[in-house]
Design a protein. Structure first.
Length: 393
């Protein structure tokens, strides 16, 4: 039995899905806790009963409180928070607001998320900027010294991911922030897999922008995302999208941007889901992010130990700091076929194929990798059930 003070029984009682599945796919989408489900359903019913605009007016204070909850979660100001319809949209709104020009340099890591890489590649090609990959160190993490050696006044942006989705590696994001101080470069961090499973402090990290998802380790509704934009970075950015929520129409031919990060939002959004995302943050804060991380890491250590005992199984995680994302391959097995077999037994996991992580998996000669991502409501017994299912497959 793992020795932690975490009340796992209460966590599972507040997670209806635990009665139906062994859910090791939290890096894809966490199981919603009851308070989040209740919040979404309650507001949806209210919209049906009195009208959507009227429901929004009635819940105006609660909707504004979501900004405050995220500010507490990330250690920032509420006016530095904006929301989006998913993490990809949040990241794109930040990235495309960076005023890149011909001759600029953009730096990223060797384990950057595939969608981010494609966007970086396309835009750099469009504007005539160069996209350069910072080498990894011996543990697979971004090499901070190599980054420092590449910095000059032409570097306009450093865009990296905090936790790699294909190998669970945690990049040294605060050290990157320290290396960038005094340089022109803006710092965009994709924290999609980090927020909700460990403390994420934007002041300690030193990033200018940070994007994330509501659906993953935060356990919020799918199709929700958030964006942090540092106050000092606002006027250095040029949002691509604009509407009457993002800006004020001052004369027939002029407008003024909002003075806060909400200039990256739009007027229309799913209010039930946003309230649900706020409930997810409050739920996580109630448990405490330090306690959540401790519980997740204890389970992950147990899982890796048990997987290492299985013949033909090779744990593929990288980095010196573990996370809740555990990856492995199996000799002679089609992992996509195994995924379906496990799902038929009520065990959820995921597979990352080569074309979803070209830089990472391609560099290591891996065609596909199985990802078992754990959360605090998972149990030691579920770890044993998962390992047994793998062994018998």
């Amino acid at each position: 039995m793992i020795a932690t003070a975490f009340d796992v029984s209460r966590a599972r009682a507040l997670t209806p899905g635990c009665e139906r599945v062994v859910h090791f796919n939290n890096a894809g989408c966490g199981l919603m806790p009851q308070p989040v489900l209740d919040t979404v359903l309650e507001h949806t019913r209210l919209e049906a009963m009195i009208g959507s605009y009227e429901a929004a007016a009635q819940k105006a204070d609660a909707l504004n409180a979501v900004y405050t909850s995220f500010a507490k979660l990330l250690n920032c100001h509420a006016d530095e928070i904006a929301f989006a319809d998913g993490s990809t949209q949040a990241w794109h709104r930040a990235f495309h607001a960076v005023p890149l020009k011909k001759g600029d340099r953009v730096l990223t890591a060797n384990n950057e998320y595939n969608s981010n890489w494609l966007s970086l590649l396309r835009r750099c090609d469009q504007v005539g900027a160069s996209l350069e990959v910072v080498q990894s160190d011996g543990n697979g993490m971004l090499d901070v010294q190599a980054l420092s050696n590449m910095l000059d006044d032409r570097v306009a942006l450093v865009a990296i991911t905090q936790i790699t989705n294909s190998n669970g590696m945690v990049n040294p994001v605060a050290e990157v922030g320290a290396a960038l101080r005094g340089y022109r470069a803006l710092y965009l961090l994709d924290a999609c897999q980090a927020v909700g499973q460990m403390p994420v402090d934007v002041e300690r990290i030193g990033c200018d922008m940070l994007s994330g998802a509501g659906r993953k380790f935060l356990r919020g509704p799918r199709g929700t995302g958030f964006l942090y934009v540092r106050r000092s970075a606002l006027d250095k950015l040029e949002p691509v999208f604009i509407d009457i929520h993002a800006a004020k129409w001052t004369t027939r031919d002029t407008f003024e941007w909002r003075k806060d990060a909400r200039r990256f939002e739009q007027l229309e959004f799913n209010q039930a889901d946003r309230l649900g995302m706020g409930a997810a943050v409050d739920h996580a804060l109630g448990w405490g992010l330090d306690a959540i991380e401790e519980r997740i890491l204890a389970l992950s250590i147990l899982l890796r130990e048990r997987l290492n005992e299985l013949p033909g199984v090779l744990v593929r995680d990288q980095g010196t700091r573990p996370s809740g994302i555990n990856t492995f391959t199996m000799e002679g097995r089609d992992l996509n076929e195994l995924l379906l077999k496990l799902r038929s037994q009520g065990v959820n996991t995921s597979v990352t194929n080569f074309d979803w992580a070209w830089l990472d998996l391609g560099g290591r000669g891996i065609d596909s990798i199985m990802r078992a991502s754990l959360h605090y409501y998972n149990t030691e017994e579920e770890v044993e059930r998962f390992v047994e299912a793998i062994a018998k497959s």
